[in-house]
Ligand binder design. Sequence first.
Ligand code: PLP
Ligand code: COI
Length: 341
Amino acid sequence: MEKKNIDWQNIGFGYMKTDKRFVSSYKDGAWDEGALIDDDMITMSECACVLQYAQTIFEGMKAYTTEDGRIVVFRPDLNAERLANSAKRMEMPVYPEDKFVDAVLKVVKANEAYVPPYGSGATLYLRPYMFGINPVIGVKPADEYQFRVFSTPVGPYFKGGIKPLTIRVSDFDRAAPHGTGHIKAGLNYAMSLHAIVSAHEEGYDENMYLDAGTRTKVEETGGANFLFVTKDGKIVTPKSGSILPSITRRSLMHVAKEYLGLETEEREVYLDEVKDFAECGLCGTAAVISPVGKIVDHGREICFPSGMDDMGPVTKKLYETLTGIQMGRIEAPEGWLRVVE
Ligand code: PLP
Ligand code: COI
């Protein structure tokens, strides 16, 4: 199979149309078999529930070429489970988890020519999503849905690659207590758009959201969870019912403990104590682990000792071990890599 002629080293995190996508429809209470199709366009009613009431959820994961030339997908079973949880909270039908994984593997196989080569720094991003498609005008869930998966080759999420980021404490909230912050619904991202545009206008890379209830605790950014490293080398991550349970963060906590022998702790993290940490990183599928060099809280600067030039030493070890597992250089825990055959 010949790879597409793409300048893999220099692609950013953008959309590039690939050859095939998977689509399955839900009607009369059941999902159809689903199929790979060529058409990247969707036609729907002007009154589709997704257009009027934002009934849409999604997932994000990546396929990698390993050092020995296999193509693998990282923990798709956890994305399947999270999409099922998102569906339940949004009154949508669950797409069966085994079929989700199957669909993802089929899309990767069908777009093999777009899977970036080993060592290029790029990956194939996979975007499964589901939305209510029939006309709905009174506020209620749709009766008909589509589940889809498309793929697009991507480079680093943040422009500077792995240069430390500067983020600000946001005056906007991302998620309400007992709201939808813990699921991956499009509505959480719609409401973050104004905050990210104004953060960029003011020269920041991202927003740190605080808990909406007390505005004293660290939640997450618009697209990643936080990891902190204490001065004595412990890994700390915020615990909250209104943040997305990141698969990358859960994997990194395992790596920290089982591969690097570090102590780990998931607990509430107060903004007031952030100045005492030695390192800070943002973790997610798109972000991998992106180091944070500085956090600005209304003019007060919190500068991490790891500085603005390089990743801190512990963040770097975590990054290298996780990407080593994903690219097949380091043995993966049982079940973490699904090989595309
Ligand atoms: N938090 C938010 C709000 C996200 O959008 C994402 C991205 O999926 C994450 C965290 C990271 O989650 P994961 O590691 O599963 O990609
Ligand atoms: C991901 O990391 O997969 C995400 O969905 C984050 C998104 C904001 C690009």
